[in-house]
Design a protein around this ligand. Structure first.
Ligand code: DNO
Length: 362
């Protein structure tokens, strides 16, 4: 398991590369050119700039998250070919600087969605919270208004420049079904996976977060059966998954351990984090510790250990603790604690395995 840490870039993150470097066992950053909009081709000089900055801090840049997919591709519009060409050129450039894995998602309009970015917990920390009824019963036009009036909300996919187009976007998705989305995803994969194969890159789709339709928009990366269908859509080692335990774990019927065993060969990258799911479908993000949430984190680490997982792993969203001011979910402290929890579980399993191998030899 190779530990990496998400970094949003100079001036865009409260965490520094030097701090990341001091978290035990972290070898690289998970990065992106966050100001490049979906559909834009990434400029080579800026790619090299991040690579050089990271290298100077002793970190690699082998994992990119995300190269975002333009809505026209998800919608299957004629203009998609133009955006796919740009996407392909970005893949080729990233390969040139040694990138090995590119994470992306295929969620219409929004990326991850929460309804409260600073929900206060009993211990005084705050965390990302999702109240289901707010994303299922809300009329999209009301939603646009409430997002626009709430300056506290700043989420991927909710950037002001995109919000202005939100109403029109909702309109374009009105007749798009899940099957349309599957077809459009297949078209995209057929175009990019051969390029990734040639470049030595593994593409790794991120599950939908939360893993169900929101605001009437279809979502398909939601379950074990759908991930299986996804892998078959373009059957290649370069077509993989970013297995995110927190996203999939928001639906308690998702058996993440079974997914790890079934898809092991096709998981180049994993996000490990916990959530506590309530009976009404709401959930809150907790510390990584298994007992704090409803996702079996130690069982998940054990499953990765069983399949000899050699891919990249990052802790995912953390709570905001010790008065840290940071990007929602992306502070230093709780994610660093998360890493130590994951290493603790992993190293114990590793040590036990080595000891039993030694015993068997003697
Ligand atoms: C949330 C992240 C997602 C992820 C994208 C990948 O914190 O896990 O935003 O980066 O969905 O495309």
């Amino acid at each position: 398991m190779r530990m990496v840490f998400r970094w949003f870039g100079e001036g865009n993150d409260t965490v520094s590369l030097e701090q990341i470097r001091q978290i035990p066992g972290v070898e690289g950053i998970v990065w992106a050119l966050h100001d490049c909009l979906a559909g834009e081709e990434w400029p080579m000089d800026r790619i090299m700039n991040v690579r050089d900055q990271a290298l100077r801090a002793g970190l690699h840049t082998e994992v990119v998250e995300s190269v975002n997919v333009h809505e026209d591709i998800k919608l299957g519009l004629p203009t998609r070919d133009l955006y796919i060409e740009k996407y392909v050129r970005t893949i080729e450039k990233l390969a040139q600087v040694g990138v090995k894995v590119i994470c992306y998602n295929f969620m219409p309009v929004f990326d991850w969605v929460r309804t409260d970015l600073h929900k206060r917990m009993d211990d005084g920390s705050t965390a990302l919270f999702y109240e289901k009824v707010k994303t299922t019963d809300t009329d999209p036009s009301e939603l646009v208004k409430s997002i626009m009036n709430n300056s506290d909300l700043s989420m991927p996919g909710w950037e002001p420049e995109r919000l202005a187009h939100l109403t029109a976007l909702f309109e374009s998705y009105r007749d798009v079904t899940e099957e349309d989305l599957w077809r459009n995803l297949g078209y995209f994969l057929d175009a990019i996976i051969p390029v990734a194969e040639r470049c030595g890159i593994q593409m790794a789709i991120h599950p939908d977060d939360p893993p169900w339709p929101i605001f009437g928009l279809p979502r398909i990366m939601t379950s074990q059966a759908n991930l299986r269908r996804f892998l078959q859509l373009h059957d290649s080692p370069a077509n993989g998954i970013t297995l995110c335990s927190g996203s999939l774990g928001a639906n308690p019927s998702n058996d993440i351990i079974a997914m790890i065993h079934e898809f092991a060969e096709r998981i180049p990258f994993t996000h490990i984090r916990n959530v506590r799911v309530y009976d009404n479908g709401d959930f809150i993000e907790t510390s990584h510790r298994a007992q704090d949430g409803t996702v079996d984190i130690t069982g998940i680490v054990k499953a990765y250990h069983n399949v000899n997982f050699a891919g990249y792993c990052r802790p995912d969203h953390g709570r905001h603790i010790w008065d840290e001011e940071c990007r929602p979910g992306y502070g230093l402290y709780d994610r660093a604690l998360g890493i130590m929890y994951l290493w603790g579980a992993w190293d114990t399993l590793e040590r036990t395995k080595q000891q039993s191998e030694k015993r068997n030899l003697s």
